[in-house]
Design a protein around this ligand. Structure first.
Ligand code: ARG
Length: 260
């Protein structure tokens, strides 16, 4: 009799755990990917060379090529979903995609709702200013300035005083993406823009004679791929990234997408 009680208790415990597992929304990414035949990548495609709209309007970039390699490894199609950067972490946690590849910096806040892969790029925030501006050289010069940023990015955190302390910024103007922020800068709506290194260089190149880069990194950041907490896709993602780092593919992809 005692044995029956034990077995019954065990069955109840297992059933409860299974119910908890399902109700927490922990579902298998691999299973879903296999069933749908596609890997869904969330991104914000105004961040060259990592993700940008190509000549034909299709989303291209280093991150897209990385995700494509992961999709190839899984033997499925890649679907790229373009959305506001600020909504990506929540959308991923809510199951709207399997991976977020968006030049995304590993941050403690983000780690509360998603997991990150191994890092695949080291980056930094930089300032972009009008070509004729000569008084913005270091973070100390942010005092009293109007700063344009992409909403929800590390540049936003930096300008808002949530990274390295308060620099006495007069106003933070938050845009949907870095390209819009730079257009505002070119039109005199702000004094400078803070954005990640490679997009900053690309934006300056696109605005030759109008904008220039302040050659002084403000932060040090690592980009990684975000996934749902405890996703079973993590092993595949990390292995593919490690391979692409080790055999120089990531560097090649950066060259390929910056020389365009
Ligand atoms: N690295 C910065 C961050 O994680 C900016 C990323 C913006 N990415 C994009 N695809 N727009 O906050």
């Amino acid at each position: 009799m005692k044995k029956f009680v034990k077995i019954f208790a065990l069955i109840v415990a297992v059933a409860l755990m299974a119910a908890l597992f399902v109700s927490c929304g922990v579902k298998s990414d691999l299973k879903q990917i296999e069933e749908s035949g596609k890997l869904v990548m969330l991104t914000n495609a105004a961040f060259p060379p990592f993700e940008y709209l190509g000549a034909d309007g299709a989303i291209e970039g280093v991150d897209v090529d990385i995700a494509q390699a992961i999709a190839d490894e899984l033997g499925v199609e890649l679907e790229v979903v373009n959305m506001d950067f600020n909504g990506i972490v929540n959308a991923l946690a809510a199951g709207k995609g399997n991976i977020a590849v968006a030049g995304m910096t590993i941050l403690p806040d983000r780690l509360e709702s998603v997991d990150f892969s191994i890092e695949y790029i080291t980056s930094a925030q930089y300032m972009i200013v009008p070509v004729d501006c000569n008084d913005i050289l270091t973070s100390a010069d942010l005092q009293g300035k109007i700063v344009g940023v992409q909403e929800g990015t590390t540049g936003d955190l930096y300008a808002s005083g949530e990274w390295d302390g308060d620099f006495g910024v007069a106003q933070v103007l938050r845009f949907n993406n870095a390209i819009e922020a730079s257009t505002a800068l070119a039109n005199g709506k702000c004094d400078l823009v803070i954005v990640d290194e490679m997009p900053a260089k690309s934006i300056v190149e696109q605005n030759e004679g109008v904008l220039k880069l302040v050659d002084e990194p403000l932060t040090l950041e690592d980009y990684a791929i975000a996934m749902r907490k405890n996703s079973d896709i993590a092993a595949v993602v990390n292995a593919k990234l490690q391979e692409m780092i080790d055999n120089g593919t990531i560097e090649e992809l950066i060259l390929k997408h910056t020389s365009k």
